[in-house]
Ligand binder design. Structure first.
Ligand code: MN
Length: 251
C-alpha cells in the first residue's frame, strides 16, 4: 500500500529522547501508518542522530525540517556556529557522528518544510505563516515554491535565514485570521505543527480543529518541559486528535 493510503500518524518534536519515541510508537506498526515527524528530532536529549536515522529508515515515513536541524547543519558547515548550537541543546557527539555520515547530511539537507496531505491537511514545524517570506509575489503553488526555496537555502549557505524562519513563534492558536489566510493561500483545511510544547495531555486543537499542535514535550531533556508529558500528547493518529476534541481556543 502506498503511504498515501495509510492513516496519518503524527510525531511531535522528539528532541533526542529515542527511548520515549520507541515507547510512543509501539502501538503503531510502521506498515500500518504513514508516519510524519514534525522536525526537531535532535538536541536536548542524547540520541538526536539516532532519532534521525531511525526516522529516516522507518517505512512509510516523512520527516520535516525543524529549526534545530537547521542549527545543526549550520554548525556542521561553519564551526563558529557550534557554540550557538550547543547553547540551544546541541550534543557534541551528535555533531561528530553527523560529520562522519555524509549520506545522513545529504538526507537532512533534502527534508521538506511543508507537507500537504491528500485530505488537505498541511503539516509543518512551526505554527506560523512566516514561510510566506520565502515566496514574495507567489500566489499559486505556494507549498512547492516554499520547499524549493528551502532546498536552495540549505545548500547555498542560507542557514541564518532558515533558522529565523523556522524559529518563528507559534501564532495560529491566538491569531485565527492569520490562520485562515494561511489555509486559504495553501488550499488547506487545517494545519498541523509542533515546535513549542502545548502542555496538554493530548495534541492541542484550536479553532474548530483548523490548527493542531502535536508538540507534547516528549523529551525528558526538554528545556521547557522536563517533567515527562504523556506520550499521547506528542504521538498519535491525526484523526484522533480532532475526534471528540475540546476547545482550547485562546489557551
Ligand atoms: Mn522547534
Amino acid at each position: 500500500m502506498a503511504a498515501d493510503d495509510l492513516p496519518a500518524l503524527i510525531v511531535g518534536d522528539v528532541h533526542g529522547d529515542i527511548e520515549r519515541l520507541f515507547a510512543a510508537l509501539k502501538p503503531y506498526p510502521a506498515d500500518r501508518w504513514r508516519t510524519i515527524f514534525l522536525g526537531d528530532l535532535i538536541d536536548y536529549g542524547l540520541f538526536g542522530v539516532g532519532a534521525l536515522r531511525f526516522a529516516r529508515d522507518r517505512p512509510n515515513t516523512d520527516v520535516l525540517l525543524g529549526n534545530h536541524e537547521v542549527a545543526m547543519l549550520w554548525a556542521l558547515r561553519d564551526r563558529t556556529r557550534i557554540g550557538f548550537w550547543i547553547s540551544i541543546g546541541g550534543q557534541q557527539h551528535d555533531l561528530d557522528e553527523l560529520r562522519k555520515d555524509e549520506p545522513l547530511q545529504q538526507w537532512m539537507r533534502t527534508r521538506p518544510a511543508l507537507l500537504r496531505l491528500t485530505d488537505r491537511t498541511l503539516v509543518q514545524h512551526c505554527g506560523n505563516d512566516a514561510y510566506l517570506n520565502l515566496v514574495p509575489g507567489v500566489d499559486s503553488g505556494i507549498v512547492d515554491a516554499v520547499n524549493r526555496n528551502i532546498q536552495d537555502l540549505l545548500v547555498n549557505e542560507g542557514e541564518r535565514e532558515l533558522w529565523d524562519l523556522l524559529s518563528s513563534p507559534n501564532v495560529f492558536e491566538t491569531q485565527p485570521l492569520r490562520l485562515e489566510r494561511w489555509l486559504e493561500l495553501t488550499h488547506s483545511r487545517r494545519v498541523v505543527f509542533g515546535h513549542k510544547p502545548h502542555r496538554g495531555a493530548k495534541p492541542a486543537t484550536y479553532h474548530d480543529g483548523k490548527a493542531i499542535n502535536f508538540d507534547g514535550g516528549l523529551s525528558r531533556s526538554h528545556r521547557l518541559h522536563q517533567r515527562g508529558a504523556p506520550l499521547a500528547a506528542s504521538v498519535g493518529p491525526l484523526d484522533q486528535a480532532t475526534a471528540g476534541r475540546q476547545s482550547l481556543q485562546g489557551r
